[in-house]
Ligand binder design. Structure first.
Ligand SMILES: [Zn+2]
Length: 121
């Protein structure tokens, strides 16, 4: 994820996280069709293909990530309004120059931070 986020900055980048039981097994990078520094749009065809891949590997969508190269560290009002799936939303931002990721659960028009942890295999 970090490489994808860094490579696309200052444009926002995005992708899907596939796994099981809230554990990520596979990161699927998706092109930001909007090619914008303040917005991301996943191409419907690419998204469909990703969902087919996830299903054919007996995984499920557990998260969606995108970057905010110019901040903020949390989901924007647009992110909250457009959150279409009940999965963790990961936002990459660089508040102090270095990239970091924070996870949020969006429900009823509000974003609540959730803890992320990194596990080895
Ligand atoms: Zn956003």
């Amino acid at each position: 994820m970090l490489h994808h986020v860094e490579e696309n900055a200052p444009l926002e980048s995005c992708g899907l996280l596939a796994g099981n039981h809230a554990r990520v097994e596979k990161v699927i990078l998706v092109r930001n069709q909007a090619q914008s520094p303040v917005r991301f749009v996943m191409g419907p065809y690419e998204q469909l293909r990703a969902f087919e891949w996830i299903e054919s590997h007996a995984l499920e969508l557990v998260g969606i990530f995108h970057s905010h190269p110019a901040g903020p560290e949390m989901p924007s009002a647009t992110d909250i309004a457009e959150a279409a799936y009940e999965v963790v939303q990961i936002i990459w931002s660089r508040p102090n120059g270095g990239w970091s990721a924070r996870g949020f659960w969006i429900e009823d028009g509000k974003a609540v931070e959730v803890a992320l942890s990194i596990h080895g295999r």
